[in-house]
Ligand binder design. Structure first.
Ligand code: ADP
Ligand code: MG
Length: 307
């Protein structure tokens, strides 16, 4: 089930919440929309799931457009909206029966689908409870169960782990990863480690636009560019700093606060200072205690792109 988003724009009054975005998602991909609050993630998801019409642009699922085939598309997509709205005074099983009927699951298949979902989402021990008796983590499982009740090919999950405690987050992530083995999944989050842990591909969204698209590794290496080293040299710090600064390959050196003898060194574009630093220490009879490359953190990439 491929998804093609083409020049999608959504305006609220004068504000463009989604501003001319285009991308394609292939069958089986698990894609994360990553962006700060207000970036346009939920708006994009509401349009893809046919809960809202765009101002302009199109979304197609296997060549069916949201403009001409909304009912067909809704049947193929499972949607967990932001804040997971549930009917709190319903027992889980009743609620799932209700959503199955709304989704048009044939009557004779409904009991089987419900027990599959209870199984799959780990709800067995709680299944006779009312939703308002459940913890937040279990409510989120019910939200996932209702999204999947009609066995859709695509799952759209808007901030699926918001408000969960760390143990619940781990469990829900594991469930999403499992689901990703057989379905196309789009999930949103404003937390980087979340998309990194669950997604094959990350779209960074900021102010209604896509500002980056790739795996966490490609995003990191795109941003990397210049070598960053952390070094520890046992010698007079001022002499070390001056000498390293004088190397032809070095762009910048700064002392690490509160750690004598430690420095961060940034090399000039497309060059490395590792050998030069080593040779410098040999020449001056300084002890080079440590030299490590610093990886660009994905946090830095994200902050730079969404400032
Ligand atoms: P995200 O999910 O990334 O936090 P949203 O898609 O919810 O972002 O919102 C994008 C922008 O559109 C925000 O600036 C938000 O205030 C605005 N917005 C969202 N829904 C509405 C609405 N119903 N009316 C007016 N503005 C809205
Ligand atoms: Mg949102």
């Amino acid at each position: 089930m491929s998804i093609v988003v083409e020049n999608l724009t959504k305006k609220y009054g004068e504000q463009k919440a989604v501003n001319d975005i285009s991308f394609e998602i292939k069958t089986g991909e698990v894609v994360g929309f990553l962006g700060p609050n207000g970036a346009g993630k939920s708006t994009t998801m509401k349009i893809i799931t046919c809960f809202m019409a765009p101002t302009s642009g199109d979304v197609r699922l296997d060549n069916e457009s949201i403009h001409t085939h909304p009912e067909e598309i809704k049947k193929k997509i499972g949607y967990l909206p932001e804040n997971n709205p549930l009917y709190l005074d319903m027992p889980i099983v009743e609620y799932l029966r209700f959503t199955a009927e709304v989704q048009g699951v044939p009557k004779n298949l409904i009991p089987g689908r419900i027990s599959d979902m209870i199984d799959r989402c780990g709800l067995d021990r709680e299944k006779h409870k009312n939703i308002n008796e459940l913890s937040k983590g279990y409510r989120q499982r019910v939200g996932l169960a209702q999204a999947m009740i009609h066995d859709p090919e695509v799952l759209v999950l808007d901030e699926p782990t918001t408000g969960l405690d760390p143990n619940q987050i781990v469990e829900i992530r594991k469930l999403i990863k499992d689901l990703g083995k057989e379905k196309t999944v789009i999930l949103s989050s404003h937390i980087l480690s979340e998309v990194e842990a669950t997604c094959d591909r990350i779209l960074i969204i900021n102010r209604g636009r896509i500002v980056a698209d790739g795996t966490s590794d490609t995003l990191r290496s795109q941003a990397q560019g210049q070598e960053l080293l952390k070094i520890n040299i046992e010698a007079a710090p001022d002499a070390v700093e001056a000498a390293v600064r004088g190397l032809a390959t070095v762009e910048k050196i700064s002392a690490v606060d509160g750690k004598e003898g430690w420095f961060n060194v940034q090399s000039k574009p497309d060059s490395s200072s590792r050998k030069e630093i080593f040779d410098l220490c040999v020449k001056n009879k300084w002890y080079l205690m440590e030299m490590t490359g610093l990886e660009t953190r994905l946090e830095d990439v994200f902050q730079k792109l969404t400032k």
